[in-house]
Ligand binder design. Sequence first.
Ligand code: SF4
Length: 369
Amino acid sequence: MRHRLAELRGPDVPAKALDARALAALAANPGCRRRAILDGAGVDKAALAGALGAPSDYGQSQFALIRGNTFEARVKADGGAELLRLTRTLLDPAAEPPAGAAVPDLSAPGPEGRTARTALALREAVAAGGWTLLDHPMLALDVAGSPAFLEPDAVVVHPDGGWTVVEIKSFPMLDGSADPAKVGAAARQAAVYVLALEAVAARLTPPPAVRHEVLLVCPKDFSNLPTARAVDVRAQRAVTARQLDRLTRVETIAEELPEGTCFDPERPAGELTAAVDAVPAAYAPECLSSCELAFHCRERSRAADAVTRLGRPLRAELGGLGTVHEVLSAARGESGDPDDPVVAALRRAAALRAEALAAAADREAVPCP
Ligand code: SF4
């Protein structure tokens, strides 16, 4: 199977490792077979999108990165005193105050070394009791048989031995709430770390509890002061676990592809378009903020007149009608089963619209006194 995936990627193209952001984005569109096979084969989707003539602007700007790093340094100042205070206040108020928490040195050569060092620090923290802050630990998660190395912003070990993932983001929390789309993306990313931590915990006896409520730390209102909220990531964790499980079965998708299919960005654009089109996609506007192929898939979705590009909620309302043409035709009474509740609702809506337009036209036709 590895051989087949290497063929799909291109024989001389190295596999692109998946990071937490990429793994989290998988959970954002669990029904997309195109993304599953490209990620499973280790295809560099940004390079592929460029070769298809639809480069993405997905990713963080340099300015956002610098702002994020500055805020994170502030949150972790003084041995993470404020970060630990927020963790206790929101997630473990009955625990002792986190004065004098341990902050172990996690440096080691290479990702494997850092992963082993992190696992040791976690074990020692549980044995020692009290509060421990792990600053940028390194975790490994098995993805389709290979380890993906992941680096959360922080992990806190509670006095009871439980572990909490901390995500530090630079988008603001205004009056205690933040942009739901951004919170959702952060929750999906944190869920990946939770899964990786669970793999570490499973190797300890007894296994410590990996908390499914993570701590999201953001700037308060328009200031640079940290504030936080607890985010329950159980749903995101379940979706990501299912997606990762599907990734290990990308062979089913691969087997259905025509012989010779290859996603090597060096191939001519026409060949690449045919290769990408050979795998069914599930485009939705959410792809624009989570997948490098979004501009290409949006274009193909428009060309196919698909209703998915109008958003998942609307798609769900339209039942078996898959194209805008089918929807309009059903609304006009030219096609569709009148007993189908979706078709009936469309015709009722079309009739109401016609009535409203006629009434508006009548009002305009009345001469001014
Ligand atoms: S942009 Fe395309 S490949 Fe990526 S998740 Fe959306 S539909 Fe799938």
